[in-house]
Design a protein around this ligand. Structure first.
Ligand code: NDP
Length: 329
């Protein structure tokens, strides 16, 4: 059977470009479950893959899309049956393996999660990798002993996917959230998600000092780079930063001082290779906790043809919240 996809290819000049094409099921990679995709997500990593940067894609032609949700068409794995709703995030799908920017995908059953009953496939992609990652980061702050009564939490990159999800989740758990954004025009949106304060990126401007006055007991950081270095200097004793991303870079000038004088923790979050039990637990918690009504103002629906242009927008930090992709439109 034929299906539609956004195919990304590399020309002889080394340039990467994408176009919509009709392919046949026989061209799909190996895997034991064939899925009809209802919705895919559009993430920072998808922007990198479509722009051909970061060395994420192993072979061309390629179909991007690191997360998607849909229904099983065929399965040779007994855990999945035709018509069953499933969600996939991570496992290098959309990077090493063809992903969700298509009406069909064939994947390994071990990468799938049965969709929690209360979620539609659209809701699953409103959450997507960003929601799963934010949930794992919030869980980590909790497991490091950070309680709502301990003090304020900073979320960086709050206008983006992971950041806006983290703001909402933390607020619903009773934490006082400071949302850091470079876009002052998003203040009303971030307050509607539950932020108690909206702060500008200047709170993490390079100080040249090894320690600063303490301000936050914890943080979910999706920007990394130099701002993360400054953030560590402002965390209360015993506090924790959950490091999620690198929108501002992957390196900073580090000092051991905040760690040994304040006993802080820097905890890395990896949503991509989470084992099945941890994934299903996080999806169940997410679907029970999330407020889809309030988050809808942060959601934009697009089609496959819109994605090449959106890749430069997401890499420039201009996307608000979550972009979800209907591959049929
Ligand atoms: P988005 O582009 O949606 O969000 C990133 C946000 O960071 C932007 O919206 C912007 O927010 C802020 N930002 C961008 N550039 C800068 C800059 N130079 N300095 C400071 N802030 C900046 O991306 P996602 O939410 O999808 O992903 C965020 C990060 O997390 C990415 O690096 C991604 O690769 C990573 N990630 C990691 C995962 C994991 O498993 N560890 C899983 C998912 C994502 P604002 O304008 O509000 O300041």
């Amino acid at each position: 059977m034929s299906f539609t996809a956004l195919v990304t290819d590399k020309g002889e000049d080394g340039k990467v470009a994408s176009r919509i094409a009709e392919l046949d099921d026989a061209q799909l990679p190996d895997g034991n479950v064939l899925i009809g995709i209802d919705w895919a997500g559009f993430n920072y990593k998808d922007g990198m893959a479509l722009a051909g940067i970061g060395g994420l894609v192993r072979a061309y032609p390629h179909i991007g899309g690191v997360d998607f949700a849909g229904r099983v068409i065929e399965s040779t794995d007994e855990r999945y049956h035709p018509g069953q709703a499933v969600v996939l995030t991570g496992w290098r799908v959309g990077e090493w393996h063809w992903g969700g920017f298509a009406t069909r995908a064939r994947v390994d059953a071990d990468w799938l999660v049965p969709l929690p009953k209360q979620l539609s496939t659209r809701h699953a992609m409103v959450l997507g990798t960003a929601g799963l990652t934010a949930m794992l980061a919030v869980n980590r702050l909790k497991s490091e002993g950070i309680k709502p009564s301990d003090g304020d939490i900073l979320v960086t990159g709050a206008g983006g996917g992971v950041g806006s999800m983290a703001v909402l989740l933390l607020a619903r758990l009773g934490y006082k959230v400071h949302a850091m954004t470079g876009r002052a025009e998003l203040a009303d949106d971030l307050k509607a998600l539950g932020a108690s304060e909206v702060v500008g990126r200047e709170v993490l401007t390079k100080s040249g000092k090894k320690l600063m006055a303490t301000r936050w007991v914890g943080a979910v950081d999706s920007v990394g780079g130099a701002p993360l270095g400054e953030l560590l200097k402002q965390i209360h004793g015993g506090g924790c930063v959950a490091a999620v991303g690198l929108a501002a870079g992957d390196a900073w000038d580090a000092s051991v001082i905040p760690f040994i004088l304040r006993g802080i923790t820097l905890a890395g979050i990896d949503s991509v290779m989470q084992p099945f039990e941890a994934r299903t637990a996080a999806w169940d918690r997410l679907s029970a906790l999330f407020g889809f009504g309030v988050y809808e103002r942060m959601v934009r629906e697009v089609g496959l043809a819109d994605l090449p242009e959106l890749s430069s927008e997401i890499l420039a930090g201009k996307i608000k919240g979550r972009v979800i992709v209907s591959p049929k439109s």
